[in-house]
Design a protein around this ligand. Structure first.
Ligand code: BGC
Length: 504
């Protein structure tokens, strides 16, 4: 019996020893892969670094480009487009003016478009009623023809107008008026005309280049039999600025952080050498910066960014946007993970097929993983399984994935803060004036800012570091929910063709 026990113990010891060796071997075998994977992450983190000194250089480079873009039409990659909105202070906000009535807005610029109707209070300058609807743009229309895109939009708009009911009324004898938010770079020739410079954010409709987008929309509205006059054309940043200023006169700039990114701000007309039109009565002009196209040697670009750009529909363009905006952040994370899978067998011996599909990892999913606070990182596990069909990822690896999300989001948010700091420098709101600083509000909109909480808070903390505690007391960032659509309706109201008639 004793012998049996001894033999059993001996056998158990052998089994344990063998298991230990196998385990150690497996670990030894894994080790180079794990080390390689961590090398990739460390190298990426270093290259994405945005120390405060670098951010100041980025902000200064932005200011240089702003001056160059204002000096001449092709002076800079940052186009600094004239918006023809030259009286945000006086025109929209003069509450005594009779800007009552019904106004429509169309907000086109991402994967969805929105149509709104707004009933303004007579003379009161307030919004009495508002209704809107949101419609997804079928992906094929984003790369089809101009007629197909505008035809689709006009049909949806006609449906929406047909549902106009209680609480909305058009003054007798008037045609409906529309503010058109078109969130792509447009060279405006007046408040309601302008030609498309280029597409961004995954749109690519060749026959639209150089076309007047208001004329294209007007043709499509006519085809639908819809009687509506396009009164104002505005970028989403300009609409957000107008909408933001409607609520708060201290708004000096608007920033969009969504599928794409961009900023607009109020500039002194005499600081715009390329403006040859009549001097605006207000002495000011809103500038649509198109900062997404900013580029500088100070930008912390990595191989992943270069590859993403190379394979994009707009190679060499929108480099700042490709580091910051919602369309690209998830894709950057995917590219790093893909390299880890290829070179360090991060998931399995082979690269998971789904991981190789460009843009499969969307920024909202990246955000959900980044915000996962569960002890076992359950959300990360679910996202990997549902989106990439990768199961049973260890906690250790899940933590690495969260870290990647953090690196990418932090870089984007800090760069966006540097861009805003550049604007503050340009308009002289960045430095202390011994307690005499003016209040400065930045209206902010876009899904990335609204939903990616860590991105938004990192941006604010970074901006605070850049301006310093004293100036920070005078600065605030305000979420301008739906600002661009409402802003476009307000711009339509303030540029209504019935205004002059009623004033003369
Ligand atoms: C466009 C801008 C727009 C921004 C935010 C960019 O891709 O070029 O015009 O304001 O996206 O929507």
């Amino acid at each position: 019996m004793g012998k049996v026990v001894v033999a059993a113990i001996g056998a158990a010891a052998v089994v344990t020893a063998v298991a230990l060796i196998l385990h150690r071997r497996r670990r030894m075998g894994d080790m180079p892969n794990w080390v390689r994977a961590m090398d990739i992450v460390t190298e990426f983190e270093e290259k994405c670094g945005t120390p405060i000194g670098k951010l100041r250089q980025v902000a200064d480079a932005m200011v240089v480009e702003m001056f160059a873009g204002l000096a001449s039409e092709n002076g800079s990659r940052v186009k600094m487009l004239i918006s023809y909105v030259d009286n945000v202070c006086n025109q929209i906000f003069n509450r005594n003016r009779n800007e009552d009535g019904l106004f429509y807005a169309l907000d086109l610029g991402g994967t969805n478009f929105r149509v709104l109707r707004v009933q303004l209070d007579a003379g009161g300058g307030s919004i009495k009623n508002l209704e809107f609807t949101e419609v997804a743009i079928p992906p094929e229309l984003m790369v089809g023809t101009s007629d197909a895109l505008f035809g689709y939009i006009a049909a949806e708009l006609a449906n929406f107008v047909a549902q106009e009911g209680k609480g909305f009324y058009l003054s007798y004898g008037r045609e409906r008026e529309l503010g058109f938010t078109f969130s792509f770079p447009v060279m405006q020739t007046s408040i309601n005309s302008g030609t498309l410079i280029k597409w961004t954010k995954g749109f690519s409709i060749n026959d639209a280049f150089g076309q007047d987008v208001v004329a294209a929309l007007t043709r499509a509205l006519k085809k639908q039999g819809l009687s509506m006059h396009v009164t104002a054309l505005a970028n989403d940043t300009v609409g957000t600025l107008a909408g933001g200023r409607f609520l708060n006169r201290d708004v000096v700039a608007a920033v969009i952080l969504g599928t794409g990114t961009n900023a607009a701000y109020v500039e002194r007309a005499d600081a715009i050498p390329k403006w040859h039109g009549p001097p605006p009565r207000s002495g000011e002009m809103v500038i649509n910066m198109e900062w997404g196209n900013f580029h500088s040697e100070h930008l912390p670009l990595t191989d992943y960014d270069h590859a993403l750009d190379f394979e994009s529909l707009n190679r060499g363009e929108q480099i700042f946007e490709k580091m910051i905006s919602g369309m690209y952040l998830g894709e950057i994370v995917r590219r790093v993970l893909c390299r880890m899978a290829e070179e360090a067998a991060f998931f399995f011996e082979t690269v998971p097929p789904k991981l190789q599909i460009p843009f499969i990892l969307r920024t909202p999913d990246m955000s959900a993983m980044h915000h996962d606070t569960s002890p076992d990182l359950r959300v990360v596990g679910t996202k990997l399984k549902d989106i990439l069909e990768i199961s049973n990822v260890s906690l250790k690896k899940s933590k690495v994935i969260v870290k990647l999300c953090d690196i990418v989001a932090t870089r984007g948010a800090r760069l966006a803060a540097a861009g805003i700091f550049g604007i503050l420098k340009k308009v002289g709101r960045h430095a202390s004036e011994n307690g005499k600083n003016q209040k400065t509000v930045i209206a902010m909109d876009g899904g990335l800012y609204e939903h990616y909480t860590r991105f938004g808070s990192c941006l604010e903390n970074t901006l605070k570091d850049l301006v310093g505690d004293e100036v920070w007391q005078y600065i605030s960032i305000q979420h301008a929910n739906d600002g661009s659509g409402i802003g476009a309706a307000l711009l339509a109201a303030s540029h209504s063709r019935y205004l002059e008639a009623s004033e003369t």
